[in-house]
Design a protein around this ligand. Sequence first.
Ligand code: IPM
Ligand code: MG
Length: 359
Amino acid sequence: MKKIAILPGDGIGQEIVAEAVKVLECLRDDYGLQVELEEGLVGGTAYDATGTPLPEATLKLAKAADAVLLGAVGGYKWESLDISVRPEKGLLGLRSELGLFANLRPAILYPQLADASTLKPEIVSGLDIMIVRELTGGIYFGQPRGVRTLDNGERQGYNTLVYSESEIRRIGRVAFDIAAKRDGRVCSVDKANVLECTELWREVMTEEGKAHPDIELSHMYVDNAAMQLVRAPKQFDVMVTTNMFGDILSDCAAMLTGSIGMLPSASLDENGKGMYEPIHGSAPDIAGQNVANPLATILSVAMMLRYTLDEPDMAGRIEQAVNAVLDQGLRTADIWSEGMQKVSTSEMGDAVVAALRRQ
Ligand code: IPM
Ligand code: MG
């Protein structure tokens, strides 16, 4: 029996995770998936209930679980809190405490949604990129950090971009291993022309490249990579990059696929244990309205089945069901276009479950 910690979090997190749970329950009840689900609090919701965005009980639950499913954190309500207790700290704390250094963010264009992209169909059709983002280091976690007051009374904010060789090497290896199962190409993204830290990043990636002669390694500066992603995204297979560059580039890559509401992610530790979440945020502007797209979260469950629970057939079932509902013309508002049937969050979840049951 595998234990899954369910952490809906804030905003639309509550609604989309509820739909993903329906899918897990369907696999359990109809297809014999051996899982036990237990819910916990994280983010602003946890802060309101306990005074901290990452309560001890949640951390304990996440550590004891085989995998974690997370919705999203954050919202207007908590924006004025001290940064140390903001909802985002709950998510960052989980990543760091669980050692989830490897963040896999696939950007795949579903052919049914080619029209939903803001880019021309010929630029994005067939798009299949995997962004491998370092997740527990870099400027997100570097010390020292803070806001200090200078002698002249002016305030100064500062953060530190820091990567050790071993941190670069281990994320590099993840990227090379993934590329070996795909098209065999890795593009490492840095800012080696300006930042010493990423000059080292490039050096270490080059060494790792030599240890993986079957993989074609290239390097690109992050500004160029952002441009190339919108100019000719299909040139990329696997991209590997730092925590902050990966944060930015993965949103950009997501939008190529039409909606950020479609894309799942996996955050893995050294042993393949993982936390799974949609790459979008808590969308407080549409929270509670039953309009958010639950497919990214449902597809995150598929990634969980593939990467942590070693149930590739069950993962395939979910992906097939998602394809089926898209074929049926069902669309939440974010991916809706003329002639398609607009559905709510819960209707989309129900449709995926119905498609699963039909298999
Ligand atoms: C993401 C998010 C998070 C990040 C925030 C919510 C802390 O933007 O997962 O991409 O910056 O990593
Ligand atoms: Mg982000």
